[in-house]
Write a protein of this length. Structure first.
Length: 251
């Protein structure tokens, strides 16, 4: 009998990692700016979250937007990979595409090599760039040759529950690579995702943090069109606990 799928929670803070740990998560993906789809966390943030005890998979993404990166951005992300690993991350979450929508294997290999240069076991996950690729299943099929640990995917759909057929195909196409379902995952989706044969389920379990009024609100960029929207996300421990129960029941 195969092991039950792991539960990974996307967090942005030590408090989020603590909530994830106390509510039954197996590991966390750490990023900054979850409201932008996630960006590389600082070295200090990685250190603080690693101290909470769960394995930390640090997202390395130098900017929001597409996943076609130039040489300067790739050099920066390689340095960020080395930084988060040196700060205590158990692994990194990386990805890049070519201009025609294929997996950029040269870029992915470069970032993976930067992670492995630490001289200790490091996990390497392909992030949801795979879902913006021209053919997510074909992209997944390249991962065993690159030596990646896992891939985070919604099966190319807006939400993982809508990409089940592709996710199942990715499991078959990438032997030895852990396929982790993520993207718009609701607790009610977890049993079907587990039946698809995934190695893990990923969700943010996020809630908007209440705004702490500190004077007159004015817009400071693209954070939101109102004071209520201009906030950040925090981890909801109740959602994590419900996800844990759903995975345990599905097993």
């Amino acid at each position: 009998m195969s092991a039950r799928p792991a539960l990974e929670i996307a967090v942005t803070s030590p408090a989020g990692a603590r909530a994830a740990r106390e509510s039954g998560a197996d590991r966390v993906e750490l990023c900054a700016a979850l409201e932008l789809g996630g960006l590389t966390p600082s070295a200090a943030l990685v250190e603080a979250v690693a101290a909470e005890g769960l394995p930390v998979q640090a997202l390395v993404r130098c900017r929001p937007g597409d996943f076609v990166h130039d040489a300067e951005e790739l050099a920066l992300m390689a340095a960020e990979v080395r930084s988060v690993i040196a700060s205590g991350a158990a692994g990194v979450v990386i990805g890049a595409l070519t201009a025609d929508g294929a997996l950029d294997t040269d870029a992915v290999a470069r970032l993976a090599d930067a992670a492995r240069a630490a001289g200790r076991p490091v996990e390497v996950t392909l992030h949801r760039a795979v879902d913006q690729s021209a053919d997510p299943v074909a992209a997944a099929a390249l991962l065993p040759s690159l030596g990646l640990t896992r891939v985070l995917t919604s099966g190319g759909a807006p939400a993982a529950a809508d990409g089940l057929a592709a996710i199942t195909a990715m499991v078959a196409a990438a032997p030895g690579v852990q396929v982790m379902a993520g993207g718009g995952v609701r607790v009610a989706d977890i049993p079907a995702l587990a039946r698809a044969g995934v190695a893990a389920v990923h969700l943010s379990a996020k809630a908007r943090a209440p705004r702490r009024p500190g004077g007159t609100w004015v817009p400071l960029g693209a954070g939101g069109a109102s004071a209520d929207q201009d906030t950040h996300f925090v981890t909801d421990p109740e959602v994590v606990a419900l996800a844990r129960r759903a995975l345990d029941t599905a097993a």
